[in-house]
Design a protein around this ligand. Structure first.
Ligand code: DQA
Length: 147
């Protein structure tokens, strides 16, 4: 069975009570459960991982040999972690960057992603649906769309 890995970065463990006007009221546990159910219905196994530590996120990307795709919300690391960017570039796994909020409609420092250029694509601003649309990409393309 194909496996997709969902990585959530710093502070996303606080979903549900962290700025709900920006990130919504759903907890990370609830979102992960919905994603797992959707993946299972479509014959894919979903692994989920959250960490506030840059090193743990890098280790998880490096060790993801058998997964066919990664969906990552790097949180604030999006905007400055060259180390996470390099880890994504180093593995030959298609990665989609997702964000709950629209990073282009917020503070200036959020407008730039150092991660996006090594990803297949970026989905931003659609709340939990950002993750579902990334999953849909892997379901429909198998991560191998020739792009
Ligand atoms: C975020 C956007 C980031 O700028 C912020 O630091 C986050 C969450 C999002 O999902 O909207 O932690 O990645």
């Amino acid at each position: 069975m194909r496996e997709i890995l969902v990585i959530n970065g710093p502070n996303l463990n606080l979903l549900g009570r962290r700025s709900p006007e920006i990130y919504g009221s759903e907890t990370l546990e609830e979102l992960n459960k919905r994603l797992e159910d959707y993946a299972e219905k479509n014959g894919i196994r979903l692994k989920t991982f959250q960490s506030n530590s840059e090193a743990e996120i890098i280790d998880t990307i490096q060790q993801a040999e058998n997964v066919s795709g990664i969906i990552i919300n790097p949180g604030a690391y999006t905007h400055y972690s060259i180390a996470i960017r390099d880890a994504i570039e180093a593995v030959s796994i298609p990665v989609i960057e997702v964000h709950l909020s629209n990073i282009f409609a917020r503070e200036d420092f959020r407008r730039h992603s150092v991660i996006a250029s090594v990803c297949k694509g970026q989905i931003t601003g659609l709340g939990g649906l950002s993750y579902f649309l990334a999953l849909e990409y892997f379901l429909q393309s198998g991560g191998d769309d020739g792009l």
